[in-house]
Design a binder for this molecule. Structure first.
Ligand SMILES: [Zn+2]
Length: 699
């Protein structure tokens, strides 16, 4: 889902005070953090939301919809349950809701399932749809089945126990009562607006539209189902609408049947398993603008805009984003992630809609205000790899959807503009810091009210950016492609992704995900340095509270006469002191010059530096070396000594515990038979500070 709407251009980001751009963009769009922000920033809201920004972006209030009509999801159930749904075959009659302003529609849902954990299976329980959805009767094979429907769910007793090898079909005849235009606040799952209707605030509905919106857990209110993301199934969705209307849904349009009574029935079939929150139906007066994405010779994927007729020319020609731009985005994503996985890609562009967009599989719902925004379009399209193809196993894993889609969106930008990418990543970092002032939580298993919080979008995008910086593009994209291949059309939880990262990098990556995904917060560094003849000492401190001490490979940029030299080491301490050999005069020192780390940097305020009167030092020879490296080190004071060796991406490959040593000079050998050629960092740890040098292993 996309809550963040059109980011400001970079110039605005740099010229605007942070709190100003914050209020302009997220106040009205980020639905779950929204209430939180109102509480904490009431003054700002009063000042700005009511003046220049209120009409700029979509918000529930723009449409006269009170906020908070969507409650957080219930706790996710187990990844498996007593049965496995194979197919949802749904028929909904929307003729009267569209033609006659009826508040009720009738539906029939046929569910095909088989026993999963329980066999023989004598009953099934579906998610509770009350008070919106009422089940009128249930049959199987033409026979009526006993059922109950209450707040615990729809409980159906099968007419005979089902063995593990069997499948069964039950049909539920149901109706949905929608509060309708007299009470938009009460709509849930199924939304209905009439063209020409004036809503509070003066907004006039441009076109009659009926649609479903489910994420995270509202599918149960418009179709009977087992409403958990881990139980993916095929879908067949048929919708009867008045002649002039088009009903759009998931998958392929198999047929449009003219019923001869002023109505048509659109029959859609999704041939890949999808989660219930990704199933949808959207009906309005649509023009369809189509382009082709050639996936392979003879394999063409239709790319379509379903737009209001007055938008059809723009869908083909809008200079910022049009149907051909979407084809280009599909080519780009396919080139880095592997081929687009589904049978079509379409976007139904409507309003009023409370969000920027929603990645309903192959039929994204886009807010019409942003139908030609490259950000929204790129985000929802990216979900078709991350979210729709691989679906989160539980709502605790929401970052596997939103972090990946948000970072994909930034990479789409990077594909055309590196400065644009940098500006966007900086923007996301600062926005998250603002949220962190009021809401501190880890990315994994966010509080239910914050499952669409900025940690899941922006911080999670940055976690992927850092993983890419540490591992390099080749390994990073190998991780993503392996993950996509291993969990294709299935579900994954956070530990699945971490395991893939460890497997592809041939190293245990738990340390990285433990601090960034399971831990909350971010490092707040301060640094300073002191020069010595032929060397300098760099002091790095982590100042954050309510967050762990972060271990990260870090860069230090040294500038002298316009020349930059970069030093690296692995920081993992509250206070780190590192000595580097450097013969020249230093003009300035910059920490993390490439901005690779999600962090804040504050001024060094300590008036005294840690004592390094006789700084420890380390050298390696020969350099380059092979066979055995000779390490020489010296101590100014008595100390405990360890020497760690790291490879170029910060992985520790050797550790020597030298024990307690008196001040003096020492030499120790280290063999390297199992190490690959490359640059290695030798880090001396002592009680009075650390020293790092590097040497090249050539085999
Ligand atoms: Zn999203």
């Amino acid at each position: 889902m996309f809550d963040q709407l059109i980011p400001s251009p970079p110039s605005e980001k740099t010229s605007c005070p942070l709190w100003l751009s914050f209020s302009a963009r997220h106040l009205e769009t980020h639905r779950n953090t929204w209430k939180l922000r109102i509480a904490s920033l009431a003054v700002l809201i009063l000042t700005f939301a009511s003046t220049s920004f209120a009409q700029v972006e979509a918000s529930p209030q723009d449409y006269g919809i009170p906020p908070g009509s969507v409650s957080p999801p219930p706790p996710s159930l187990a990844l498996q349950h007593s049965y496995d749904v194979l197919n949802y075959h749904l028929y909904m009659d929307w003729y009267n809701v569209l033609a006659n302003k009826s508040l009720r529609y009738d539906g029939i849902m046929q569910i095909t399932f088989r026993p999963d954990l329980v066999s023989p299976l004598d009953s099934i329980r579906l998610s509770p749809g009350a008070p919106y959805l009422t089940v009128d009767s249930v049959t199987s094979g033409g026979r009526s089945l006993n059922f109950t429907s209450d707040t615990a769910g729809i409980y159906i007793i099968l007419d005979k126990p089902l063995a593990s090898s069997d499948t069964a079909v039950v049909s539920l005849y149901y109706h949905v009562d929608n509060a309708g235009p007299s009470g938009y606040a009460n709509q849930r799952g199924f939304y209905l607006y009439y063209g020409g209707e004036k809503m509070s605030g003066g907004y006039v509905v441009p076109q009659t539209v009926a649609y479903t919106m489910s994420e995270p857990s509202d599918a149960r209110y418009w179709m009977p189902c087992y409403d958990e993301p881990s139980d993916k199934a095929l879908s067949e969705i048929s919708v009867r609408v008045p002649d002039a209307y088009t009903a759009a849904s998931n998958g392929k349009l198999e047929s449009v049947v003219n019923n001869g009574d002023g109505s048509r029935t659109f029959n859609w079939v999704e041939h890949f398993p999808i989660a219930t929150y990704l199933m949808c139906a959207t009906a309005s007066i649509f023009s369809v603008v189509t382009a082709d994405y050639i996936r392979a010779p003879g394999d063409t994927v239709p790319v379509q805009y379903y737009v209001y007729p007055e938008d059809s020319v723009a869908a083909a020609t809008n200079p910022v984003c049009n149907v051909d731009s979407v084809v280009s985005m599909m080519k780009f994503y396919s080139s880095i992630y592997g081929q687009y996985p589904f049978e079509k890609y379409a976007m139904a562009c409507i309003e009023p809609f409370q969000y920027g967009g929603m990645e309903h599989t192959t039929m994204t719902t886009l807010n019409r205000k942003y139908e030609f925004s490259r950000y929204d379009v790129a985000h929802e399209l990216a979900h078709h790899w991350f979210g729709d193809n691989i679906t989160l196993g539980t709502w605790k894993d929401i970052w596997l959807n939103e972090g990946f889609a948000t970072y994909s969106e930034a990479m789409q930008l990077q594909h055309v503009s590196q400065p644009g990418f940098t500006a966007e990543m900086n923007y996301e970092e600062n926005e998250y810091f603002m949220e962190y002032d009021t809401a501190k939580y880890a990315i994994y298993a966010p509080p239910p009210a914050l499952i669409f919080g900025l940690a899941e979008y922006y911080k999670a995008a940055w976690v992927l950016n850092m993983l890419r910086n540490i591992e390099g593009d080749s390994v990073f994209f190998d991780i993503l492609r392996t993950y996509l291949a291993d969990f294709r059309f299935g579900t994954a939880v956070t530990s699945n992704f971490i395991n893939v990262a460890s497997q592809v990098t041939h190293t245990n990556m738990d340390w990285f995900f433990d601090e960034w995904i399971y831990g909350q917060g971010y490092p707040i560094y301060s640094f300073t340095y002191k020069t010595f003849p032929g060397s300098f000492t760099f002091y790095l401190k982590q100042n954050q509270i309510n967050a762990p001490i972060f271990r990260m490979p870090v860069d230090v940029g040294v500038y002298s006469g316009g020349q930059e030299t970069t030093f690296n080491f692995v920081d993992s301490l509250n206070l780190q002191t590192v000595r580097f050999s450097y013969p020249g005069t230093i003009d300035s020192v910059v920490f993390d010059p490439g901005d690779k780390i999600f962090k804040q940097v504050t001024a060094w305020t300590d008036t005294t530096l840690p004592t390094l009167g006789s700084p420890p030092s380390i050298q390696v020879y020969p350099n380059p070396f092979n066979g055995v490296a000779q390490i020489q080190y010296s101590l100014g004071v008595d100390s405990q000594v360890t020497i760690d060796v790291y490879d170029i991406i910060g992985r520790k490959v050797e550790s020597l515990n030298e024990g307690s040593q008196q001040a003096g000079a020492y030499q120790v050998s280290v063999s390297n038979h199992n190490l690959a050629s490359g640059v290695y960092f030798f880090r001396l740890h002592t009680d009075s500070g650390n020293s790092v040098t590097k040497a090249l292993l050539l085999k």
